[in-house]
Design a protein around this ligand. Structure first.
Ligand code: TRP
Length: 337
C-alpha cells in the first residue's frame, strides 16, 4: 500500500496484554493516537495473549478477557479494514521465530532486564522460562512484520532496545533480513494518574478498583469513583503543582470534552469539589457512552468477532510466513519443497 507521496507506508506494530482492564488512562494516553496511526501507516494491533501466559491465568477468565479486549479495540474505533487486528496465539510464526531468535540472544541480556527483575520479585514462586524469554517473544512480534515503528511507553523501551539488538545481530551475521525498528514517539497524549493516588500513573492492573476507570465501565460506577477521587483539603479548582488530584481531574475532563484545562479551571474555580467531581464524572460517562454501547453490541455478536479475528490472523500470517521463510533460508535450515 502506498500513500499520496508514492512512498510505501511504514509499518507500525503495537501489542497489548489481555490482563487487567483497559482504562481511561490508556484511552487518553495512547488509544486516541492509534486511531490516527491506522490512517497513516500499515498498522498491526496484536492481543499479546502468549505474553500474558508468563503469569498464571485462570483459563475461563483469561479467554473471556482476551475476547473482551479484542471487542474493546474494535469498539474504540480500530478499523479492521485499515489495520490488522488479531490474537498473537493465532499466528504460530510468533512462537516459531521466537525460538530461532532465542539462539541469537544471550541469557545475560535477559537476566539484566528491569521488568524481568521486577516480575521475578513479584512472582517469586513462578519465575518461569517464559518470564525470562518475554523480550524475545516481543522481538519476534515486532520483527516478523518488518516493523518500522513501535509506539512504546517508558516501561517497554528496554524491550524495544533488545529487539533492535537482536535484529542488528542477525542482520550482521547473515545479510539484511529484518527492518530495525525505531520507537515511535507519539504526540504525547495527556498522562492520567490514579484517582486514589494522583502521584502514581493510572494502572491497568491496580489492585484498588477505585484507582482506575475502565473504558467500558457502567455509568454508576464511574460516577462513584469520581466522587471518591482523592483531591486535597482546599476548595478551589486551580492548576497548581501542589494540587495533583485536581490537575488530574482537569486533565481527564479536558481530554473528554476537548475544552482546555485553563477554561475548565476558570469555570469550576469556585463551584466546590463535589460539583466539580460530578461534572468530571459526567464528561467521562458521556464520552464513553458510544464506546460502551458498541462494545455491548459486539459482545452479543461473537460470530462477527470471530470473523474479524480470523481475517486478522490470516492477514498477519501471510506477512509473518514471508519473514520466517527468509530467516530459515538464511540460517541454513533445509527447505521442504
Ligand atoms: N510487552 C508489551 C506490554 O506489556 C506488550 C507487547 C507485546 C508489545 N508484544 C509487543 C508491545 C510488541 C509492542 C510491540 O506493554
Amino acid at each position: 500500500m502506498e500513500n499520496s507521496n508514492n512512498q510505501p507506508k511504514k509499518v507500525v506494530y503495537s501489542g497489548i496484554q489481555p490482563t487487567g482492564i483497559i482504562t481511561i488512562g490508556n484511552y487518553i494516553g495512547a488509544i486516541d493516537n492509534w486511531l490516527k496511526l491506522q490512517n497513516d501507516y500499515n498498522s498491526l494491533f496484536g492481543i499479546a495473549d502468549l505474553h500474558a501466559l508468563t503469569v498464571r491465568q485462570n483459563p475461563a477468565e483469561f479467554r473471556a478477557r482476551a475476547m473482551s479486549f479484542f471487542a474493546q479495540y474494535l469498539a474504540v474505533g480500530i478499523d479492521p479494514q485499515k489495520a490488522i487486528i488479531y490474537f498473537q496465539s493465532h499466528v504460530k510464526e510468533h512462537t516459531e521465530l521466537s525460538w530461532i531468535l532465542n539462539c541469537y540472544t544471550y541469557v545475560g541480556e535477559m537476566t539484566r532486564m528491569t521488568q524481568f527483575k521486577d516480575k521475578s520479585q513479584k512472582n517469586a514462586d513462578n519465575i518461569n522460562m517464559g518470564l525470562l524469554d518475554y523480550p524475545v517473544l516481543m522481538a519476534a512480534d515486532i520483527l516478523l512484520y518488518q516493523t518500522d515503528l513501535v509506539p512504546v511507553g517508558v516501561d517497554q523501551k528496554q524491550h524495544l532496545e533488545i529487539a533492535r539488538d537482536i535484529a542488528n545481530r542477525f542482520n550482521n551475521a547473515y545479510s539484511p533480513t529484518f527492518v530495525v525498528p525505531e520507537p515511535y514517539i507519539a504526540k504525547q497524549g495527556a498522562k492520567v494518574f490514579s484517582l486514589q493516588d494522583p502521584t502514581a500513573k493510572m494502572s491497568k492492573s491496580d489492585p484498588d478498583p477505585n484507582a482506575s476507570v475502565a473504558i467500558i465501565e457502567d455509568p454508576d460506577s464511574i460516577m462513584r469513583k469520581f466522587k471518591r477521587a482523592v483531591t486535597d483539603c482546599e476548595t478551589v479548582v486551580e492548576i497548581r503543582d501542589d494540587k495533583p488530584g485536581i490537575v488530574n481531574l482537569l486533565t481527564i475532563m479536558s481530554a473528554m470534552t476537548g475544552e482546555s484545562m485553563e477554561s475548565l479551571a476558570a469555570e469550576y474555580h469556585d463551584t466546590g469539589y463535589a460539583r466539580f467531581k460530578q461534572a468530571v464524572g459526567e464528561s467521562v460517562v458521556e464520552k464513553l457512552r458510544p464506546i460502551r454501547e458498541e462494545y455491548n453490541r459486539l459482545m452479543q455478536d461473537k460470530a462477527y468477532l470471530m470473523s474479524v479475528a480470523k481475517e486478522g490472523a490470516e492477514k498477519a500470517s501471510y506477512l509473518a510466513r514471508k519473514t520466517v521463510a527468509k530467516v530459515k533460508r538464511k540460517i541454513g535450515l533445509v527447505e521442504l519443497k
